[in-house]
Each structure stands twice: as structure tokens, then as C-alpha cells.
Design a protein around this ligand. Structure first.
Ligand SMILES: Nc1nc2c(ncn2[C@@H]2O[C@H](COP(=O)(O)OP(=O)(O)OP(=O)(O)O)[C@@H](O)[C@H]2O)c(=O)[nH]1
Length: 312
């Protein structure tokens, strides 16, 4: 394991401390407190997982898989189940390989989600990362609804040392996107990041605006690799699933940025999200600075949650 990866594991573990206290402590005391694996044991396990925001459906699947394995392997000691449970949670989160094609291809990344989830912050962090990797980045400030959004994004862009187009309050977001795409093509930009509004006069307008922006990118930049990343706030629990489904109706979601995973006791939402939406979490936000956005790997996440050290 490289230095950077080790550092991230430690940071991830720190960020997940509350979740770990919530879920893993409960599981540990369950495993040590029960002397037999009976219905009560399973009920308590279900309760711990659901309380940790893993979600009812994912919990039921994880527990029924565990039950089948315990039966098949004739396991009688609760202590022996822990590793099986860890593997079961990893299995539940599998959504295929997590691709980061936009790191290599000429790409347009639209960042969407409701207001306050951390879109602008995530665009800023992502811009900084891509720039550090030597990519030529341009940001489109298409959140022209909220007065301070443009300024906030400009501040992030300054930190990341990346140019911005758009951002004046009240401008038409679709025309910002049009201008940004033209600029991206003219300047030979590798990655165009589009920050969008999380709120308009009503939800119907918001969704219509997203469709419009999508159509412009498709029409004006058909060769670009496309990503629609939805930003979800890890502290909002199951409501995040509802948001993703709503946005999924207007945009083809290619990935999730799960923010505010530091300081939440409900980090289990990552399990519910990947398992129910079948969309990969591509990044996880574990703080407010530019370095606090990290690529997400579900096995690593579960290991960090259970404090399982796997040196590779
Ligand atoms: N602790 C923590 N805070 C975060 C994280 N990501 C974003 N935030 C904070 O969340 C708040 C909202 O973030 P914004 O980026 O403004 O959210 P937004 O989705 O762009 O909001 P609108 O522009 O209103 O749509 C800010 O105070 C951020 O600093 C994170 O990973 N961890």
C-alpha cells in the first residue's frame, strides 16, 4: 500500500468514526453478547444495520445471505459470523468496476443534486484534483439562481487555479452551458465541469433546465465523454435515495459523490445507495478542504468501517 493510500485509509477511518461507533460497536457487542445464533440474534443484527442507515432492503438481503451461509457451514458461534458479515456487506455493494474514464478522455461532467448537498464544494475539489493530475480543466458556473453561488465557485476555482465561465446571477443556465462548451472546444479543454443549481422556482423548472443543459452538451459536443454525477449528502439518510431517483428520471446518472461522510453516524447510507441504486459512488467527501474528496472503493470503505487492515 502506498503512502497516499495509507493516509487515506486513516482519514477515512477518522471520518467514519461515528458510523463505526454506531454500527460496529453494536455488532461487536451483539457477537460477544449472544451465545447462540437464534431469531433474536438475527433481529438484533437487522436493527443495528437499519439504524446505521444501511436501508431495509439491503439489510434484509445481507442478513438472509448470512443466514444461508451459517446454515450451510454449520456455524454455531456468533463470533465466527463477523468475517462472513463483512464479506456479505462488500458483496451487497458490488456494482461492477468503478470507472474513471473522464480522467483520460475529453469529458463533460455535469454535477447535479439538490441545494446544500455540496455540489459547488465538490466541483471545486474535483477541479483541483484533475488539475493536479495535469488535465486542462474549465468550470461552467451554471448555478445562476443562488446569488452567492457564482462567487463561491469563483473562490474554489481560484484555489484550484482553474478558469470559470458564467456565474452571473440571473443568467440563463443553458446559455452558460452553451458558452462553456464553445470555450472548452476552442481552448482544447480536457474536462469541462458544470456546476448546476440545486433549486429553481420549482422542481419542474429545475428538472426541465437539466434536460435542456443535457441536450445542449449532446448537440454541441457529441464526441465528449459524458458523466452525470449526483451529489448526495451522507447525513440526510434515506432521503438521499429519493433524490437520486428523482434526478435519475431526467439524467442518466453515471456516478455519485457522497459528501459529509465525516461527522455522520449514518455512513451506512453508502451501502444502501450502491445496493439500491446500482450506481457507483465515485467520490466520497470527508471534510471541507480541497483534499477531502477521495475516490471511493467499497471494499476499502467496509474495511475502514470495521477497521480491517488489508495490506496489499
Ligand atoms: N463536513 C463536510 N462539509 C461539506 C462537505 N462537502 C460540502 N460541505 C459543506 O456543505 C456546505 C454546502 O456546500 P455547497 O457546495 O455550497 O453546496 P451546494 O450543493 O453547491 O449548494 P447550492 O449552491 O445551494 O445548491 C458548505 O458549507 C460546504 O463546506 C464534506 O464532505 N464534509
Amino acid at each position: 500500500m502506498g503512502e497516499e493510500k495509507k493516509g487515506f485509509f486513516t482519514r477515512l477511518k477518522e471520518g467514519l468514526a461515528k458510523t463505526r461507533n454506531n454500527i460496529v460497536r453494536g455488532i461487536d457487542s451483539l457477537f460477544s453478547g449472544f451465545s447462540a445464533i437464534d431469531d433474536e440474534f438475527y433481529e438484533e443484527l437487522e436493527e443495528i444495520l437499519i439504524m446505521g442507515d444501511i436501508g431495509v432492503n439491503a439489510t434484509m438481503e445481507i442478513v438472509s445471505r448470512l443466514k444461508a451461509q451459517i446454515k450451510e457451514r454449520h456455524i454455531r458461534e456468533p463470533q465466527e459470523c463477523k468475517q462472513l458479515l463483512i464479506e456479505g456487506i462488500k458483496e451487497q455493494m458490488r456494482v461492477g468496476e468503478n470507472a474513471y474514464d473522464f480522467e483520460k478522455k475529453q469529458s463533460v461532467i455535469m454535477v447535479i443534486g439538490v441545494n446544500g448537498v455540496g455540489k459547488t464544494t465538490s466541483v471545486g475539489k474535483l477541479a483541483g484534483k484533475l488539475k493536479d493530475d495535469g488535465r486542462k480543466v474549465l468550470i461552467a458556473a451554471a448555478d445562476t439562481f443562488r446569488a452567492a453561488a457564482g462567487d463561491q465557485l469563483a473562490e474554489w476555482a481560484r484555489r484550484a487555479d482553474v478558469p470559470v465561465v458564467g456565474g452571473s446571477e440571473g443568467a440563463d443556465p443553458a446559455s452558460v452551458v452553451f458558452d462553456a462548451v464553445s470555450a472548452a472546444k476552442a481552448r482544447g479543454v480536457d474536462v469541462l465541469l458544470i456546476d448546476t443549481a440545486g433549486r429553481l422556482h420549482n422542481k419542474k423548472n429545475l428538472m426541465e433546465e437539466l434536460r435542456k443543459m443535457n441536450r445542449i452538451v449532446e448537440r454541441e459536443f457529441p464526441d465528449a465523454h459524458r458523466e452525470n454525477l449526483i451529489v448526495l449528502d451522507g447525513t440526510t439518510g434515506q432521503n438521499a435515495l429519493v433524490q437520486a431517483r428523482e434526478f435519475g428520471e431526467v439524467a442518466d446518472l453515471t456516478g455519485i459523490i457522497l459528501t459529509k461522510m465525516d461527522g455522520t453516524a449514518k455512513g451506512g447510507i453508502a451501502v444502501a445507495i450502491q445496493s439500491e441504486l446500482r450506481v457507483p459512488v465515485k467520490y466520497i467527501g470527508v471534510g471541507e478542504t480541497i483534499d477531502d474528496l477521495q475516490k471511493f472503493d467499497s471494499d476499502e470503505f467496509v474495511n475502514a468501517l470495521f477497521d480491517v487492515r488489508q495490506d496489499t
